[in-house]
Ligand binder design. Structure first.
Ligand code: HSE
Length: 337
């Protein structure tokens, strides 16, 4: 019997959870047409029922009990949007094991456990999708894994953290202080709960690990390559770069050389008038080099509730369409070789 409704649970209702809720609410009728069924949020897992929220939602959607979601047969897709390693990693595994499809924006959990998540999803015939984990709204995982899959990718490099790009852009343009701009980035919903992850490059390293798996089909743990953040970048460094027509960007790069993947995350001085040099504020940019398509340039908002919610919805819709068409499958989006 054809499905008329696809049930979704959100785990977490912070910046990304509320952005996803907004994206579904705003485009509900359009999404229904595309899927051929209503996509409905059935439950939202929160830490506290009485916490202040970015947007209002019906109280009956909220729960503090993950088991309730796991056992609910009306929930087809679990969207893990809480971030952090624990309890998110356990929730992702439990949902896949229960045969639920999973969408996650959690680069930290993916960077630690992608091979295990893939195996669990395959074993339980569940779909696992994570476009929102890298570069917010930019469809970089889909681009690499689907559109460019007929290529041998030789390098992926870019600006993959919105908070640090926002900070460096405003420090260079306005001479604004690091502390003030970081506070603004937190208020705008770009920064992680603990912004150390952003400014010390851990977030970019996690995203690079996910990108390496997509581009090269190998798993590289984020602590296996060089990682330097932006806390050592001074106003003098920015002014010196400016005087030469350059800017400093936190770059994440991975390149295949003689069968080995060389990777790093670190501040790099680039020409102001270059693809990466022109990418400012919370925008992200990625250049992918490959052997058939030539260079591909992607740019868009890399952080923020609605841009990230847009990417989450893209994955939810792909899975919902598969459920409606009876083509649900366990094929991982990133096949590790
Ligand atoms: N803190 C992250 C960033 C959020 O600034 O890029 C999006 O992953």
């Amino acid at each position: 019997m054809k499905r008329t409704e696809i049930g979704v649970a959100l785990l977490g209702f912070g910046n990304v959870g509320s952005g996803t809720y907004r994206a579904l609410e705003e485009n509900f009728a359009l999404i229904e047409k595309k899927v051929g069924a209503k996509v409905v949020i059935k439950k939202i897992l929160v830490r506290r029922l009485d916490a202040a929220r970015r947007i209002d939602v019906p109280a009956e959607l909220l729960t503090t009990n993950f088991e309730e979601i796991l056992k609910d047969p009306k929930i087809d897709i679990v969207a893990e949007l809480m971030g952090g390693i624990n309890p998110a990693t356990g929730f992702i595994k439990a949902a896949l094991t229960a045969g639920k499809h999973v969408v996650t924006a959690n680069k930290a959990a993916l960077a630690l456990s992608l091979p295990e998540f893939n195996k669990t999803a395959a074993f339980h015939h569940a779909m696992l999708r994570y476009e929102a984990s890298v570069c917010g709204a930019i469809p970089v995982i889909g681009c690499i894994s689907r559109a460019l899959t007929g290529n041998r990718i030789t390098s992926v490099k870019g600006i993959v953290n919105g908070t640090t790009n926002y900070i460096l852009t405003r420090m260079a343009a306005e001479g604004a202080s690091y502390e003030d701009v970081l506070k603004d980035a937190q208020a705008l919903g770009f920064a992680e709960a603990d912004p150390t992850g952003d400014v010390e490059g851990y977030d970019a390293a996690n995203k690079l690990s996910v990108l390496i798996a997509a581009a090269f089909g190998v798993y590289r743990a984020p602590d296996s390559f060089e990682r330097v953040g932006i806390t050592g970048v001074t106003m003098d460094d920015l002014a010196a770069a400016e005087s030469e027509g350059k800017v400093i960007k936190l770059l994440a790069c991975a390149e295949e050389k003689d069968g080995q993947i060389e990777a790093y995350v670190k501040p790099v001085t680039v020409e102001k008038d270059s693809f990466l040099g022109r990418c400012g504020s919370e925008f992200n940019a990625v250049q992918i080099d490959c052997n058939m398509a030539g260079p591909i340039f992607l740019q868009g908002k890399g952080a923020g509730p609605e841009p990230t919610g847009s990417a989450v919805m893209g994955d939810i819709i792909e899975i919902a369409q598969a459920i409606v068409n009876g083509t649900e499958h366990a094929q991982p989006v990133t096949a590790l070789m």
